[in-house]
Design a protein around this ligand. Sequence first.
Ligand code: COA
Length: 279
Amino acid sequence: MSIPEDELNTVAFEVIDGIAWVKYNRPEKRNCQSPKLNRQMLRVLDELEFNDDVDVLVLTGEGDAFCAGMDLKEYFRETEVLGMGGVRKSQREAYGWWERLRWYQKPTIAMVNGWCFGGAYGPLFSCDLAFAADEAQFGLSEINWGILPGGGATKVATNLMNFRNAMYHALMGENLSGKEAAEQGLVNESVPLAQLKERVIEVAKNLQKKNPVALKATKDVVRRVSEMTFDNAMDYLIRAQEAANSFDPVGRKEGIKQFIDDKTYKPGLGAYDKSKQAS
Ligand code: COA
C-alpha cells in the first residue's frame, strides 16, 4: 500500500558524516505528534537503524519547536471517536517508536531546539543523551488542559527528576527553560540556541570514535541496571559483557594493546584508534 505524501512529509531526515539528523517536520503545528507522524517516524527509524552510514542519530525539530506533545486534534479528538480500537491503535503507533528508539542500535541524542511538551517526554527519554537550547521550554502541560501526564510522561519525569521537582512540574503546568531543565535532570546540558548544533556535533563526533558494540551494550545496561537490585545488576553485567564480547571479540583486546603495549593512548583520556582494529 502506498503511503500518502502528507504522511511521508511529517518527518525529514538526512545523513551527514555519519550523523543521521531526524527532524519532526510539522513546524506549522509546532511538530506535535499525530498518528501520521508516529507511523512515519517508525519507518524512518527502521530505515536508519542498521544503515552502515549511520553512527549516531540526532532527533530534533524543524522550526521553533522540538515537539509540542501529542496532537490534540488528530491524536486525541479524532481517534477517540473511533472508540477503544482507534485509541489503542494510535497509542501503539506512538509508544511503539518511542520504545524502538529507547533500545536503538545506535547512540541517540535529543537536540531540543524549542517547545517540548508532555508527549514529547517519551522520545526525549528514549534518546540516550539530550541537549537543549537555553531558549527551549519544557512543560507537562496536560494539567492545563485537564488530563494527567500520560503516555509515559509522568514516568519520564519521575525517572529523571527528583520527587519534589517532578510533582511540582506535573501539578503546576509551568514551563522550565533549557537551563532549568538541565539543572533538574531532564537534559544533560543547555547552551544558547546559536551554539546548540555545534555542541551536539561535538558530542556525536566523540561517540563516533568509540567501539560501536561497546556503545550499544553500554546504553542498554545503563537503562537496565537502574531498575535492578545491586546483586542482580552485578550478575547481569557479567552476562551482558560476555554477550557483547561475542559480537566483538577483538575490540577490547586492541584497546588494551594500544594502552599497555603500544602506549599510543590512555583510556582515561580518550578512545583507542578503531581504525587499527582487525575486523
Ligand atoms: N496539538 C494540536 N495542535 C497543536 C498543538 C498540539 N499539541 N500544538 C500546536 N498546535 C497547532 C495550533 O493549534 C496551531 O494550529 P493553527 O495554525 O491551525 O491554528 C499551530 O499549531 C500553531 O500553534 P500556536 O499555538 O499558534 O503556536 P505558538 O507558537 O503561539 O504556541 C505552543 C506554541 C507550543 C505554546 C502552543 O501551540 C501550545 O500550547 N501547544 C500545545 C502544547 C500541549 O499542551 N501539548 C500537549 C501535550 S500532550
